[in-house]
Design a protein around this ligand. Structure first.
Ligand SMILES: [Zn+2]
Length: 178
């Protein structure tokens, strides 16, 4: 065992099924670690096991809202189809029960599913854009207790904000001092 590097835990990249399973079970997509929530709705900024910064770019978790929304829509569709089937069997069937079910689904499911939607989205995102070296460095620094280098939100090359900043830099850089 070599001295340097041996103390740094490594988190090998995983295949899609593993990442998705971690997302569905509310675990960190990068390492599979648990305890990434302080409460049902409050996700930790970084994974306590691997140091991964969950919000990888500005507006990152908008995708989680889409997942949550899609799940509710699918469930409402199933409920509506159930009502259609009910009506086929008994044309006099009342709509009250299906409406109550739909109301409960629309109100309760987004709250219950919220943390899962976030970890599923994080897993999907990690599967499509693997972790970058600066994210690995920042995560390792976090685990060591070192000051974490500038968050990847501002250093990341992706995103309109970063690009605009880079453009400004380009403009400011070569200004000729005549
Ligand atoms: Zn982790």
């Amino acid at each position: 065992m070599d001295e340097d590097g041996a103390t740094e835990p490594s988190f090998p990249e995983q295949e899609w099924p593993t990442l998705m399973m971690r997302g569905i079970t509310k675990r960190c997509a990068r390492c599979g670690g648990r305890k990434i929530y302080d409460s049902w709705f409050r996700m930790k900024e970084r994974c306590p096991t691997c140091g991964f910064l969950f919000e990888r770019e500005p507006g990152f978790f908008v995708g989680a809202y889409l997942i949550n929304f899609a799940v509710v829509i699918v469930l409402l569709f199933v409920a509506c189809m159930g009502f259609v089937a009910m009506k086929a069997i008994d044309p006099e069937a009342s709509a009250t029960v299906p409406l109550v079910i739909c109301g409960v689904v629309a109100l309760v499911v987004p709250l219950v599913f919220y943390p899962f939607a976030r970890t599923i989205w994080a897993a999907l995102h990690l599967a499509s854009s693997p972790i970058e070296p600066q994210e690995v460095d920042a995560a390792a620094a976090f685990l060591r207790g070192d000051p974490v280098p500038a968050p990847s939100l501002s250093t990341g090359s992706i995103g309109p904000r970063g690009r605009r900043a880079a453009d400004r830099g380009d403009l400011a850089g070569p200004t000729p001092g005549s």
